[in-house]
Design a protein. Sequence first.
Length: 209
Amino acid sequence: MINEPTAPTPENLQDLLAPYALWIDGVGGYLVCLSHRVTIGQAQGETPVDIALIADVSRHHATIQRDTEGYFLEASRKVLINANAMDKALLRSGDRITLGASCQLQFWQPVPASTSARLDMVSGHRFAQPVQAVLLMADTLVIGPAAQSHVIVADMTQPLILFRTKAGLSARWSGTLQINGKSFQERGPLEAGARLANEQITLALERIS
């Protein structure tokens, strides 16, 4: 008898959508947001936001939501997109988002085949997490040498792909992967606390509580 997979419970679904910190040796750290809807605001706010900023912004300043059309930004407080005041807008790759008086983020979708996106801080402010960018993950993240990558690692000769599965996240690579000391050919599972290595890159995935 074959056991059919069960649907995720609300608790499991919440766990699958919890954010991660992605640490890549010699490159830097990235906040990986898996939910289709993320909130942005002050790091010191009473109600935690998904993307916390160390900047003069409101506790909940804006929301970004991904749907079949793309990424929509909805402002709760003053927001400029490319110097134009907006309450709600469909984001385009390269858009510059100003929150409050001076905190600026730049929105990118560098990989045409992926609906995942990246947010870079471009105003000298900081994210609350010690990361250099935020990755809004849809189905895949591309880490590789090409400009069309979510994370560019110039020394690599081929891309490493992180992708979603029903159980969480996995990695795909044309070759052998070492994940927590175990060898996998072509692909392997990435759980919270996992450390992945091959001949070109080493990274770790950490669950953010």
